[in-house]
Write a protein that binds this ligand. Structure first.
Ligand code: NAD
Length: 519
């Protein structure tokens, strides 16, 4: 009901009437169970990417506010970690229902701030919701191990214990899903959580925080701060924070991994990508081309698992004209417009960067078979739109291949054989995701075994694992030891305590000190 009333006024929740400017709402901090106005003098504009209108302001939280947030987490940890696991499970059972009930409202807010289409925004919430649903199995997920009778009257067992205060730093491209990879997993294990959403899309996290409070999460178990570098440095440096989950670019991810690790924290860092789709000539052509086009241009290519690079093997090279024709048919429009297949890029800077990378391909000799740079959307002339773009005859040395473009640009390379394609993929420094399209089981098996990439699809273009598995990007796309969500997520957010206990019969009392190492 609160969300609905908030939406009636077109003001996202956690965003109240502002006093910073006369017409633009401000995003609140969430500290110790209260949505509070920041006292910061530094604010960042939130823009609707389809129009570039300023739709909100987000503060760079002050040091005092960040300290208050982490202190609230520290204070709440004592009681939260001692709360029965069944109580925590009940809260997350209520939470998943509340997310379902409000899924469309959250999606609308994502489209407004991030630009993706409404249908895609609903998918964003849904994939995060699945992680919350998975946390409801915590009573099984957190089980330890036991080995009875390791010697006479002696048993050994392990507990999975929470770490303390954990923190999450999120990117702009999945405003609901990625925060939901973070705080629900951390909290259900008994940790308290400090969240820093992307300063470009904070609204969904604020709504999700309100719903978690409504589900019964006690004050202080989740705190939210906003900002950029200072907030990130605060998280990397504060001694009370024991673990950091980061998702975003390599530049930020490497930095946070180094700084957090140096300060003795666990860090898991999911970063950039260059995902290859290998198209074999025996593949089902219609299916493959449709999947490739959807996975290259969906969400305007702003997915870490976007299939941004195609390798056409052997006779599949002849499929290029059809690939172009299918791509041309996609409809570019504001995300809330009916029939839109892809929306705008996040910012004018992102648009400029993507256009420059397209031009670099042309300058280095690639063939521009489809150029989306001059797309004009009626009624949205100021939006950050780029239409589907295809660069063919791309060579591995070109900048459009070596850099993650993060826009609706498909770069196409060619290979004579499967071996050559595998070698090409394995030479690329990223290891987030890849897909092979084939009807030959032996080809698929060879590819899945020999390709050095953490997530592989066979006739599945965006193989993001469901939460009973983990998100297993590798090589240049990941730093850390344990991945996000699934069993690995539980490992990341817990430490093991091993207990060895002996209960002897009364007449077995030691007669003298045991000075020799027990064997
Ligand atoms: P980003 O790195 O710019 O921002 C991510 C977070 O880091 C934000 O909260 C931001 O405030 C902070 N940040 C930004 N620059 C920083 C810096 N120099 N130092 C410290 N902190 C900084 O990323 P983005 O543009 O929001 O997201 C897009 C990137 O995220 C792409 O590279 C994409 O591939 C990647 N991504 C990866 C995954 C994955 O699971 N591997 C998922 C989604 C997105």
């Amino acid at each position: 009901a609160i969300i609905r009333s908030v939406w009636r006024n077109k003001v996202p929740l956690g965003v109240g009437r502002m006093y910073f400017s006369s017409s633009v709402p401000t995003t609140k901090l969430f500290i110790d169970g209260k949505f509070i106005e920041s006292k910061s003098s530094e604010w960042i504009g939130i823009h609707n990417p389809a129009t570039n209108e300023v739709i909100g302001q987000v503060p760079k939280a002050t040091q005092e506010e960040m300290l208050a947030a982490v202190n609230s987490c520290t204070k709440a940890f004592h009681s939260w970690s001692a709360t029965s696991v069944l109580t925590r499970q009940q809260i997350f059972l209520r939470y998943q229902q509340l997310i379902k009930d409000n899924l469309k409202e959250i999606a609308k807010l994502i489209t407004l701030e991030q630009g993706k289409t409404l249908a895609d925004a609903e998918g964003d919430v849904f994939r995060g919701l699945q992680v919350v649903e998975h946390t409801c199995g915590i009573t099984s997920l957190m089980l330890g191990e036991t080995l009875p009778s390791i010697t006479k009257d002696m048993d050994t067992f392990t507990f999975r214990m929470p770490l303390g205060v954990c923190a999450g730093i999120a990117p702009f491209n999945f405003p609901a899903m990625i925060p939901l990879w973070m705080f629900p997993m951390g909290m259900v294990c008994g940790n308290t959580y400090l969240m820093k959403p992307s300063e470009r899309v904070p609204g969904a996290t604020m709504l999700l925080a309100k719903l978690l409070q409504d589900a019964g999460a006690p004050d202080g178990t989740l705190n939210i701060i906003h900002g950029q570098h200072d907030a990130v440095n605060f998280i990397c440096d504060h001694p009370a924070i024991k673990a950091i989950s980061f998702v975003g670019s390599n530049q930020a991810g490497e930095y946070i991994y180094e700084r957090g690790s140096k300060n003795g924290k666990r860090v898991q860092s999911n970063m950039g990508a260059k995902n290859h789709g290998v198209v074999m000539p025996d593949a089902n052509k219609e299916n493959t081309l449709n999947q490739l086009v959807g996975a290259a241009f969906g969400a305007a290519g702003q997915r870490c698992m976007a299939l941004s690079t195609a390798i056409l093997v052997g006779e599949a090279r002849a499929w290029l004209p059809e690939l172009v024709e299918k791509s041309k048919k996609l409809r570019v429009n504001a995300g809330d417009q009916p029939g839109a297949d892809l929306g705008p890029l996040i910012s004018p800077q992102a648009r400029t960067r993507v256009c420059e990378l397209i031009q670099s391909g042309v300058d280095e000799g690639a063939s521009l078979l489809l150029d989306g740079r001059n797309v004009q959307i009626k009624g949205y002339e100021r939006g950050n739109f780029v239409g589907p773009t295809i660069l063919a005859n791309v060579k591995p040395s070109m900048k459009c291949y070596t850099e993650e473009i993060f826009g609706p640009v498909l770069v196409v390379l060619e290979a004579e054989s499967l071996d050559e394609a595998i070698e090409m993929v394995n030479r690329n420094p990223y290891g987030n995701g890849t897909a092979i399209f084939t009807t030959n089981g032996a080809t698929a098996r060879k590819y899945t075994h020999e390709v050095d990439v953490g997530q592989v699809g066979v006739n599945v273009p965006i193989p993001v694992p469901l939460p009973m598995f983990s998100f297993t990007g590798s090589r240049g796309s990941f730093r850390g030891d344990t991945n996000f969500y699934g069993k690995q997520g539980i490992q990341f957010y817990t430490q093991i305590k091993t207990v060895t206990s002996q209960w002897k019969e009364e007449d077995a009392t030691l007669k003298s000190p045991a000075v020799v190492m027990p064997t």
